[in-house]
Design a protein around this ligand. Structure first.
Ligand SMILES: [Zn+2]
Length: 74
């Protein structure tokens, strides 16, 4: 079993299992709480952003994660 650290809140994730208690998002590993918060943020931004494109989406995800990493939270 490997341990991971969440890229955003730096919390240690024991017995990590991708898709269960930690998640890969745009090349970063996130804990469940940070992933949920990020998805909420992204979901409301998607509703506000019209037209919606994959390019915009990938950029938005990348930017949101970079910002969250800088702040240490989503
Ligand atoms: Zn986290």
């Amino acid at each position: 079993m490997q341990s991971f650290y969440c890229d955003i809140c730096k919390k240690k994730i024991d017995n990590s299992m991708a898709g269960r208690n930690f998640f890969y998002y745009a090349e970063h590993s996130l804990c469940e709480a940070c992933k949920d918060n990020l998805e909420l943020q992204v979901r409301s931004a998607i509703r506000a952003n019209d037209p919606y494109t994959i390019t915009w989406y990938s950029k938005f995800i990348g930017d949101s994660i970079s910002k969250a990493i800088q702040k240490g939270k989503v």
